[in-house]
Design a protein around this ligand. Structure first.
Ligand SMILES: [Zn+2]
Ligand SMILES: [Zn+2]
Length: 268
């Protein structure tokens, strides 16, 4: 599988791609061309053009969860590609707002998308390509990663506390083990890895890339580091929603790699 970072908070020196506090990856597995999240703006498309990637040929779009830094680019993608199937959780296109009342959901709601695109909504795991699986809703496996609330979402006409049950991820089944690809990991990075292991009946993890949603140096971070160490994961690419101090703390005990727009990974 080939993975290319189209959008991240970080960019590399001397590579003139656009960065934004958002996430989008481009993946190739066999004949499938897959987009994982679409960033906040059309930056992922501008960067893809510079990388000579043809987003018209993308046939699957996987949305990790509904926040606008992962779904904002969908409306731009639909201007050039309406045939790709969008795979995500049924809650991903709910209206949601932060505690100040600011909208933080996808600019396109489920009705807009049903009109303009083909949607595959699933709480269960779903095959994306030969080796890639969308994980569906993530159960809580670990006590130190309970669900937390971010703002509120509109369900049946009522604003309710939002625990982002839609937050999910992708897993790639490689020849030496699993490679996990996450959006924001609101469901907990370790819960996501546990779910990938369970679904694939495989305990070996060869790498993880994406937002781990870790900011503070606290008990949760230390337990996460212990978990990642216990699982002997050789390559970790935390990005997007991981603070510098969390990366520094992880880097004392784990093999942390830098991520930026334009990063290419080839995973067997
Ligand atoms: Zn989010
Ligand atoms: Zn995010």
């Amino acid at each position: 599988m080939k993975l290319k970072v189209l959008v991240d908070n970080n960019t590399y020196i001397d590579m003139y791609y656009l960065g934004e506090p958002a996430l989008s990856f481009y993946l190739e597995d066999g004949r499938d061309r897959i987009l994982f999240d679409t960033g906040y703006s059309d930056a992922f498309m501008i960067n893809a053009r510079k990388m000579a990637l043809e987003l018209k040929t993308v046939n699957k779009v996987v949305i990790s969860h509904g926040h606008n830094d992962h779904t904002g680019g969908l409306r731009h993608l639909l201007e050039i590609n309406r045939w790709a199937t969008i795979i995500t959780h049924p809650d991903s296109f709910l209206y949601r707002q932060d505690d100040e009342g600011l909208a933080i959901s996808s600019p396109l709601n489920r009705m807009d998308l049903e009109e303009k695109a083909s949607l595959q909504l699933s709480r269960e795991p779903a095959a994306v390509s030969e080796h890639l699986t969308y994980l569906g809703e993530i159960p809580q496996y670990l006590d130190f990663e309970p669900r937390y609330r971010i703002g509120r979402s509109l369900i049946k006409g009522e604003l309710q506390d939002d625990y982002i049950y839609d937050d999910s991820a992708l897993v790639y089944r490689g020849k030496d083990g699993l490679f996990v690809i996450t959006g924001c990991s609101h469901s907990g990075i370790c819960n996501i890895i546990e779910h990938a292991k369970k679904i694939c009946h495989e305990d070996r993890i060869v790498g993880v890339i994406g937002g781990f949603h870790l900011f503070e140096v606290d008990e949760r971070l230390h337990k996460t580091i212990e978990y990642l160490k216990d699982n002997q994961i050789p390559l970790l690419y935390p990005c997007h929603c991981v603070s510098l101090k969390a990366k520094v703390e992880m880097g004392k005990q784990l093999n942390i790699q830098e991520v930026g727009v334009g990063l290419n990974l080839d995973i067997e």
